[in-house]
Design a protein. Structure first.
Length: 247
């Protein structure tokens, strides 16, 4: 129709152990201002067998999926990847939305310790079924207080993965594997929305620190929500995203 704006491409990047299907309810509430794309990242879901699982390979996949201007939205691991993508695609990213995310671990010693911890977990995955690991991961402190309905939906989503794929993702995209971006945040000049749940004290503090470092950021606290805000209150996340849609 003449006069209708072209929808903005929106890349939605899921967290570790999740898949692109975790964005379904957010997408349902977005409306027509965006063209949402929610791929399974390497090591997860339909891309569980894709190798290598590296940041550069993932960025290549995303570039093939969305070759033009876009906005980025990422949760947890996907948020960390989204930040790296934003720096790699400076000229074509118009906005970044991060949910329960961080720029990585600034201290090299702590980052190396995390890398070794992730490697140990990756090795343990070889002896577990995906069901066993999914149940174990659900007890991670920042995830353990999710509402029962969310826990059930996330568990079903995690079962779309494989132990080998998740092990590869830990080694290639884990917090210890990727370099810290704390020292570069001042150079990211596009608008950034930092979404955190009211109950997620750890990442609320991280979001506040990030907002101090980013030139154009705002922290958006969603009442009653925990770490996975897009799963607990998808409408709130959709409203925040849509609030930055072209008019």
């Amino acid at each position: 129709m003449v006069g209708m704006a072209t929808p903005t491409t929106l890349l939605l990047l899921h967290g570790f152990t999740n898949t692109g299907a975790g964005w379904d309810e957010v997408i349902a509430d977005l409306g027509e201002s965006y063209r949402p794309l929610a791929p399974d990242l390497r090591g997860h879901g339909r891309a569980a067998d894709a190798r290598p699982v590296t940041l550069s390979a993932v960025i290549g996949d995303l570039a093939a999926l969305a070759p033009g201007p876009c906005h980025l939205c990422g949760y947890s691991m996907g948020g960390r990847v989204a930040l790296h993508v934003a720096f790699a695609w400076r000229e074509r990213v118009g906005r970044v939305v991060l949910i329960g995310a961080s720029p990585g671990i600034a201290d090299p010693v702590a980052r190396d310790q995390r890398r070794h911890a992730d490697e140990r977990l990756a090795e343990e995955l070889a002896g577990l079924t995906i069901g066993q690991f999914a149940a174990r991961w659900a007890r991670t402190p920042v995830l353990a207080d999710q509402p029962p309905a969310v826990l059930a939906a996330v568990h079903a989503d995690r079962l779309r993965n494989t132990p080998a794929g998740l092990a590869a993702a830990l080694r290639g995209l884990g917090t210890g594997a990727l370099p810290s971006l704390w020292g570069r945040l001042h150079a990211l000049t596009v608008p950034v929305d930092l979404i955190v749940g009211e109950r997620d004290a750890k990442f609320r503090a991280t979001a506040e620190a990030m907002a101090d470092a980013l030139p154009a950021a705002r922290v958006r606290v969603v009442p009653g929500a925990g770490h996975a805000v897009h799963l607990e209150d998808p409408r709130a996340v959709a409203r925040i995203i849509a609030g930055g849609a072209p008019r």
